[in-house]
Design a protein around this ligand. Structure first.
Ligand code: ADP
Ligand code: MG
Length: 179
């Protein structure tokens, strides 16, 4: 049974990679911009102060426009990778970045130990129930296990929203998916 789910996950990751190839960089850029507008509106309408974003990989929704919210009174946080764990680090407009694991840029700041009010979660695929498919290393499953009370928003392109994403017992759902 579990083996079957793992195979389904592998097949879905392949399907998503194929779908993504059908869009140009310009098309993906345009989609990212629209998703950022939605996210920005959602953040405007809520009082989340300490917000964990993510630094996008080339094939993920580019949420970097949201980094400019730093100008306001929000505290922005990015994930860094330490071994098998995600470690949150805050950043501001003066922060410098360095390349971390998986070529992801990370702020060169100290670990952030304060509260987190909202977590944006990238994913290979989501379904409308909030099930999430990652890249297969379980980083967010482990991280969200430590933040069970924190609201989470999955972020993906429209073609990454599937009818049903298979879940194992350790998989963590998100509360809402924005696409
Ligand atoms: P992803 O979520 O990145 O798509 P998977 O859901 O396939 O990847 O998980 C990858 C691996 O991460 C799993 O095989 C599991 O062993 C490990 N994992 C997930 N959650 C936890 C956890 N809370 N504690 C320890 N290992 C975990
Ligand atoms: Mg998982």
């Amino acid at each position: 049974m579990a083996e079957n789910i793992k195979e389904q996950k592998i097949a879905l990751r392949r399907l998503i990679r194929q779908r993504k190839k059908m869009f140009s960089q310009e098309q993906l850029h345009e989609k990212s911009q629209k998703i950022c507008e939605k996210l920005n509106q959602l953040l405007d309408n809520n009082n989340y102060k300490h917000i964990m974003l993510y630094y996008p990989l080339p094939d993920e929704v580019d949420v970097r426009p949201l980094f400019d919210m730093i100008q306001t009174n929000k505290c922005l946080i990015l994930p860094t990778v330490l071994g098998d764990d995600i470690v949150p680090v805050s950043f501001d407009k003066d922060s410098t970045f360095k390349e971390g694991a998986f070529h992801i840029l990370e702020p060169e700041n100290e670990t952030y130990n304060g509260p987190i009010d909202l977590i944006l979660v990238p994913g290979m695929a989501f379904d409308k129930k909030g099930n999430r498919l990652g890249r297969g290393k379980g980083f967010y499953d482990r991280f969200l296990q430590q933040h069970l009370q924190t609201p989470t928003i999955g972020v993906c392109f429209d073609f990454q929203l599937l009818d049903n994403v298979p879940a194992e017992e350790f998989d963590k759902k998100v509360n809402l998916v924005i696409y």
